[in-house]
Design a protein around this ligand. Sequence first.
Ligand code: B12
Length: 214
Amino acid sequence: MIDFNKLAEAMGDLDEDVMVETLEQVMAEGGADAQKAMEACQKGMDTVGSLFEEGEYFVGDLIYAGELMTKAVEILKDALITDGGEDTVKARMILCTVKDDLHDIGKNIVRSMLEAAGFEVLDLGIDVAPEKIVETAKAEGINIIGLSGVLTLAIDSMKDTIDAFKEAGMRDDVKIVIGGAPVNAEVCEQTGADAWASSPQTTIDYCKSWAKTA
Ligand code: B12
């Protein structure tokens, strides 16, 4: 029986041994609980964030937490990613972390899942300026865009990016999904995005529906 609270605690405590052992147990049992394990790790990341805010953890701890999360995804990957079966799509899309934000763990998880669902993901990386996203969409003829960001100020960069599409006269040609810790329905409306998602699966569902009508 896997103790997901213990897993979340291990991630919060940056206890690599317990984390790896628990995740390996999830995989040894067939990986059916991989999604639950992922959620527990994310809960642990929230603890890391809170301890950082309280001054108990430092930037070095955030870096280490990031490495642990990457390791967790590496262990769970095969169980998290489904091959998409008959529903697999073939479409190209852009994904990146918006300007001034360097966080990319969530983006990379979303990319892996989108690729597994059949998308060809043009990953522009982190701290990507609105102009670069617009120019790439234009040059490559891409009309599905995913914007990631976890800093509060990423919300402004998302809005700036969407405004840049408007200014380029391309807003009606693209569908934009935003995601990351501070993103919710209100932020979606505020930025003018077409959709928002907190889980990779919801992201895939939106992108698939857009790929079909593109
Ligand atoms: C790891 C981490 C770092 C690492 C990042 C390593 C990396 N390669 O990404 C490092 C050390 C570099 C870092 C730096 C900083 N960080 Co930091 N970091 C974190 C931490 C602990 C975890 C973030 C994370 O990876 N979460 C796990 C992933 C899986 O979750 P996620 O990104 O939300 O992604 C999921 C969903 O949101 C969604 N999703 C993600 N992207 C997308 C995209 C689309 C299109 C869709 C649809 C869905 C989607 O799917 C994912 C999977 O489910 C958070 C705390 C927290 N609880 O988030 C702080 C946090 C984000 N950091 C914070 C801060 C303050 C900083 C620094 C300013 C610290 C400093 N003083 O230097 C710098 C900022 C640098 C910059 N300009 O970006 C604050 C932000 C505060 C704020 N409100 O703006 C937080 C919240 C910590 C805190 N509580 O204070 N950080």
